[in-house]
Ligand binder design. Sequence first.
Ligand SMILES: [Ca+2]
Ligand SMILES: [Ca+2]
Ligand SMILES: [Ca+2]
Length: 439
Amino acid sequence: MPVQASSEHNPMRHATRALAAAVVVCTFGGGALAAPPRDGIAKSPQVRPRIGSIDTNTDAARLAALLAGPGVTIGNARFIGDALAAGTFLNAQADVGFANGVVLSTGRVTDLDGPNEFDATSTDFGLPGDADLDTLIAPHLTQDAAILEFDVTPASNTIAVRYVFGSEEYNEFVGSPFSDVLAIFVNGVNCANVGGLPVSVNTINAGINADHFVDNRLGVRDTELDGLSSPLECVAAANQGVPNRVRIAIADTSDGMYDTAVFLAAGGIRSPGGSALTTSALRKVIEYHHREFDHYFITSSLDEIAKLDNGTFVGWARTGRAFNVFASGTPGTVDVCRFFSTSFAPKSSHFYTPSAAECAKVKDSADWQFEDTVFNVVLPDGAGTCPAVTAPLYRLYNDGRGGAPNHRYTTEREVFDAMRELGWVPEGAGIGVIACVPL
Ligand SMILES: [Ca+2]
Ligand SMILES: [Ca+2]
Ligand SMILES: [Ca+2]
């Protein structure tokens, strides 16, 4: 039986969540001023069909078959999640943006029927999240995953999936760790991105990607969800004429409360996709340390990461630290220049800057060779403050210790503080913010 969240059932857990929510408000200065305590509401069991009959159904083969549109055949389907977390819907054109299809939820799908009566409709199933979703929402972890997966054999080399994302987390938990997340993995690559960011409460809302967001606080749409996206399409590269594994996964983040759902249009999986690929703009930077040199090094290059990990580049080990950056060419971001120096042999060193002025200056230095622009970031303001959905990236300089310059780049305040204790010098705006990187 699912555990239905209400403040009577487990006051301690809710006290903990309320505290977590309070911490969020401090951490995300640009977010809600006073997030309410996270006391979920389990809706009454009477179903009042409004969207037009949401029926619980976890027959994976039947759900997957309903999604098949032009140019695809679908088979080998499987559903993972609570028996109440999947189903079908009808007559939802006015409320969802397409008439019928399949719905997955992190609570009971029948609770998605309108009108919007509560701010906090919740069913905490106490089920696990999903490791692939965790990577999209790091450092937070997911719970109550609902996953429909199947093979799609497409007539061309692209597959499109039509969907609407919605959540009860809106609007009060936008900018918090409770950023419930959706992914549509095609052969392991998530195509459910908007503006290059994975679809979540924190990436589609009134403040970011707002042209794709419908605020349902006042119940303009006949669904319990407090906010939902406009109809979106995920377009993925695929292998033509052979089965491609498609995995549609949705989960709660940081706790199991405040339901989130995805509506999938009947016949909405098609090939070809018909528009540009909806690829992720995020890249992961991995940090390494050279014990002999006591130098730090970062890279997002998959080729370099492989060579560092397999010992082609001798002496380097992962520190276990990583952060996200934007891919080169992402709109609204700036290039990061990378330089290399062997002027301090036997030690070598790299240097990164997102500042066009600093990049030009270092290009004039005889000690440094410009290599390339390697990834992209957003610049902080003069006080070192970063925009929504990004985190400060700190840069610290070793002040020439050990006879060679080295810089360390980190998003982690405790690492920043520890390096300062060692005498490293912060560089950048505010306390030492060189860039803003995606969460
Ligand atoms: Ca849940
Ligand atoms: Ca609601
Ligand atoms: Ca949630």
